[in-house]
Design a protein. Sequence first.
Length: 354
Amino acid sequence: METGKALNGPRTLLGALLSGVVLAGLAGAPAAAQSVEQFYKGKQIKFVLGSAGGGGYDAYSRSITRYMGNHIPGKPSIIVQNMPGAGGLVAANYLFGVAPKDGSEIGMTGRAAAIEALINPADKSVKFEATKFNWIGTPQQETGILMVSTKTPVRTLEDLKKYELTASSTGRAAATSVYPRLLNNMFGTKFKVIEGYKSSQDGLFALERGEVTAHSSGGSSSAFRNRVEPWVRDGKIIMLMQIAGEKDPAYPNLPLVTEMARTESERQILELVLVQQVMGRPILAPPNVPADRVKALRDAFDATMTDPEFLAECEKQKLEVNPVSGVKLNAMLDRVYQTPKTVIDQVAKLLAQE
């Protein structure tokens, strides 16, 4: 009898454990089989924006989020939460390491954030791996513009090598800091970058107020043009250069930075750095979000880019729409992160210098 009890005990325990496993599996089945529509229905997506209000990033984010939810199965609402800092790195770190990995939080980071770890490996503030993000897309590709106050004697590209200029910037990882420092170290210009402005708008206002004598913008959106072109007409500033791989049609006679390249090595360096111009206003989701939700978010972004109501709003706000899909952004970053180490080392060395 004792033996029978002993044998029966384990059998009973084993049966209970197996039953528990089966029941747990059944309980988890609906969650595992949950469709994208079921997941998003009645939900609110948090959209983390890596810049302060009032600039181009903010304008694009708020326009996109007003329409993108209509194209996501379940039609969730999308609420923007500004999380500025370090050219978008604060928001990128949050999305990578803190945000839930279920598609309930997405965001927009600075265009330079994706390659910051590659071109500036000494920057310990980067707490993410760019190629592990699920990039959703960008509504715009960018063309930076170098502007100089007419209160300075600078009138040509050669003059940039003769006179020291102060340039406003939000932070070291931002295009407004990266480009002037790159020009200094590649071509001998004399920019002194003043970092710490809260937004690109603040940096532009600093140029207008005379706090600085130059500004190297990350983009040339209509909002940007509306701000600075009156200054050009009034003779307060001049535009000296486009910072991009291709010219903005609005400025056909303004030279490209790539025209300054003297060697193949310099052209490769500029090509790597200018990846961020293709990134434009990049929207991304954290790593490890379920693949069907990533696809739904990407499809919704693509649909938003052709939504007549969205396009009408962008036209009214003078926001250019020249999108790149998330699939293409991920593929581009995969290629970029395979750049020969010799070129990467040259870029890192150049950008590490003041």
